[in-house]
Design a protein around this ligand. Sequence first.
Ligand code: 5GP
Length: 127
Amino acid sequence: MPYNYDDENIFAKILRGEIPNKTVVETEHTLAFEDIQPQAPTHVLVIPKGRYVCFDHFYGEASDAEILDFHRVAAQICGDLGVAPGGGGAGYRTITNAGQDGVQEVPHYHLHILAGRPLGRMLPPVS
Ligand code: 5GP
């Protein structure tokens, strides 16, 4: 897939330590940190450390180790937050936006983890 990664995007700067972040978890391949403008009481962003623009870029080109680590970190955060339904938590939502119609603001792949309040239906149905 022909993606050009912009090394000046804000998450690249966070990964280089040029902009501070409130880190939740950091591993060899993955960083998770609090969203600067939370849309729920808990709003964590999970990003790979590699140079991937969006969902299909990451899953199309990342190594198995990067992909596994990314998901293990995201799942661990849901457990640590106490929101995983399997642990009696009230639940959460994961979202990833891609491109123009997906309204992706930052062109470095990221997963939103939202929790801490009822999140409502995902989108209104197409009429
Ligand atoms: P997107 O619309 O690309 O899916 O989401 C980008 C997210 O990044 C938004 O929720 C926005 O609040 C968050 N964000 C943008 N700039 C910064 C920043 O400098 N630090 C942090 N922690 N989050 C940011």
